[in-house]
Design a protein around this ligand. Structure first.
Ligand code: M6R
Length: 617
């Protein structure tokens, strides 16, 4: 969702830094963009446009903004008011001398706007953001200092916000505030940056500081000051960004998604690296809990959204089988608002690629307030969810830019499996021979994913044949069920085709009514070796739908001859133990959705209506 970048420096490169930062934040999803810069003459210039960054670039060519050293930039994902020029940020106040950008939702903007209207202020947009801008302008006129004006404004706002502002009477200063929405500082040499995430400034610096909840930051070219909302100084901790700028480039691929799908072997290998020593899982991040505390856990609640929740559903099977702890997997937004039972021996595990998903953040906060210990699985350093958790196990998938999550998904499963094996060891539920066997399986996964990726051409051909499909169904059992759900989600979000995933055993309880001649159905088939009891059941399910005319595409283990007579198309995956099959079976489904969307001429990196980082509830 909204992307934010701020810059102060010693040279006149504000426009270049802001536009570059917005380009790198494009992946978050947006429908308008704008910048505000204090130019060399000390005058605030602002340009904004509905549409993609190209529209803003064109506008800047028509009406160039003079070079400047201080600026803010924004990509907007519409919430209050449609994606129009007027609603785009920045919003101006104090007679055009102050500019403000915002990510989040100001829930009490209605009464605040009424108050300002009553005082004679006027508004040009339908946004909640302009209310904050006008409020800030009014406070600036009263106190004459941006930082102080910010303190009185944030005290009046409810909801979630990252706000960034500058004032032409204070050139060389950008002030930001955050509550529940992300903001990171980039530390430069004679210049400093602010961004929704490190991608905003990674081209210039890899030294970063994450800003905590309810904090205000003021940057100048030579200083960074962080306080709480009352002005008390706050200690901050610098970290090195592990990603480099090229990691968030397409690197010659046709799309970020194509690149990220191909990076999956590395995403898993990097997540495992250093965490399996002589067959034993080592997770130093969990050391502070001590083995005894982990052994005492009686229940795990996994909270996540979308693809991350499906990773959680896969992990449930592994954690329950290996560590013998009951696991509930809940969508964060459902968990948070239904008075869930949380006891002191409940462990909450959140999963989030971005670490900023507002639904998951709120669920983590809720769980901690209710007394739970919370661990997060996250891919983004300095993100908010890890900061709000007791511990974090980072996945090392590298930056995921495409809206559709792919490499983060397999890395999440790998991290959760490490966690499950660690838990099984401390709880004594698996012996060392089994632990060795499972860690060896896990370490073999990167190579097996690489082999699975070789199916790319076959999947592309299948996708090309299926561009006219109006609905596609996905079936799976056991760990194949969440993979069916994930396959359907990928197809919906990328190719805009109605897609549903079902537990294959549930078919006869209703969904089979959907089957008519020619209906395409993907079936994730468990291994006949590893799942001897389940395999024949899935083959029976395939026969049931074939008998009703379905066109069956199976994802099956290499050498599975039993499914061949009943499949119209077979996509093979390498041999793996049953619990590890999801890491392979998902790959052809990702490829299929990507290829079908590409064949339909759709943008696979930024599908319509979607945002990469969902920072509103
Ligand atoms: O950043 P998160 O992992 O918390 O994001 C969760 C979901 O929004 C995300 O997985 C979404 O479902 C993806 N677009 C799926 O491809």
């Amino acid at each position: 969702m909204c992307g934010i970048v701020g810059y102060v420096g010693g040279t006149n490169k504000a426009v270049e830094v802001l536009m570059g930062g917005l380009r790198r934040l494009e992946y978050r999803g947006y429908d308008s963009a704008g910048i505000a810069v204090i130019d060399e003459e000390g005058v605030l210039n602002s340009v904004k446009r509905a549409g993609k960054l190209a529209m803003l670039s064109d506008e800047l060519k028509r009406h160039p903004v003079n070079a400047g050293r201080t600026g803010i930039g924004h990509t907007r994902w519409a919430t209050h008011g449609g994606p129009t020029d007027e609603n785009a940020h920045p919003h101006l106040a104090d007679n055009g001398k102050l500019a403000l950008i915002h990510n989040g939702i100001i829930e009490n903007f209605g009464p605040l706007k009424a108050e300002l209207l009553a005082e004679g202020y006027t508004f040009e947009s339908e946004t909640d953001t302009e209310v904050a801008a006008v409020l800030l302008g009014r406070e600036y006129q009263r106190v004459g200092d941006l930082g102080e004006a910010f303190r009185s404004v944030v005290a009046r706002l409810d909801g979630a916000f990252t706000l960034l502002a500058l004032h032409q009477d204070q050139p060389g200063v950008v002030v930001g505030a955050r509550r529940n929405s992300p903001l990171v500082i980039g530390l430069g040499d004679g210049e400093n940056f602010l961004g929704s995430d490190v991608a905003a400034f990674i081209e210039y610096t890899r030294r970063a500081v994450a800003i905590g909840q309810d904090q205000i930051v003021t940057i100048t070219p030579d200083s960074v000051t962080v306080t709480d909302f009352f002005g008390a100084p706050v200690e901050v901790e610098e970290f090195d960004v592990a990603w480099d700028a090229s990691a968030s480039d397409k690197g010659g691929w046709s799309s970020f998604m194509a690149k990220e799908v191909s990076e999956q072997p590395d995403a898993v290998a990097n997540t495992l690296r250093g965490r399996i020593v002589d067959g034993v899982v080592v997770i130093p991040e969990l050391a502070e809990f001590g083995d005894e505390a982990l052994a005492r856990i009686r229940r795990i609640v996994i909270i996540a959204c979308g693809t991350a929740a499906y990773a959680g559903q896969v992990a449930k099977y592994a954690i329950e089988k290996w560590a013998k702890v009951p696991v509930d997997v809940e969508l964060s937004h459902e968990f948070r608002y239904r008075d869930p039972v949380i006891e002191n021996d409940t462990l909450v595990v959140s999963i989030s690629q971005s670490g900023e998903t507002m639904d998951t953040l709120m669920a983590v906060k809720y769980a901690r307030e209710a007394g739970a210990v919370a661990i997060s699985i996250c891919n983004t350093q300095g993100a908010t969810i890890p900061r709000e958790s007791n511990a974090v196990i980072y996945t090392h998938a590298g930056p995921e830019v495409a809206v559709a999550s792919t490499k983060a998904f397999v890395a999440q499963i790998a991290a959760l499996y490490l966690f499950a094996l660690h838990l099984a060891r401390v709880r004594g539920t698996l012996g060392s021979a089994e632990l060795l066997e499972h860690t060896a399986e896990l370490q073999a996964i990167p190579e097996k994913i690489a082999t699975t990726l070789l199916q790319g051409d076959a999947v592309r051909q299948l996708a090309t044949w299926m561009t006219d499909s109006r609905a596609v169904l996905f079936l799976g059992r056991h760990v194949g069920f969440p993979i069916a759900l994930e396959g359907a989600l990928k197809l919906k979000e990328l190719a805009y085709i109605h897609a549903e995933g079902f537990a294959a055993g549930e078919l006869k309880h209703g969904p089979i009514a959907l089957i008519e001649p020619g209906q395409p159905v993907f079936v994730v088939v468990p291994s006949p070796r590893g799942s001897a009891h389940l395999h024949p059941k899935v083959v029976s399910n395939i026969q049931e739908i074939r008998a009703r005319g379905a066109r069956v595409i199976v994802i099956a283990e290499q050498g599975d001859a039993a499914v061949l007579p009943f499949a119209d198309t077979v996509i093979h995956i390498p041999l793996a133990a049953p619990l590890f099959e999801p890491l392979l079976a998902v790959v052809p489904l990702q490829l299929f959705a990507m290829e079908l969307a590409t064949a339909k001429g759709l943008d696979v990196d930024q599908p319509r209506n979607l945002a990469k980082s969902v920072t509103v509830e």
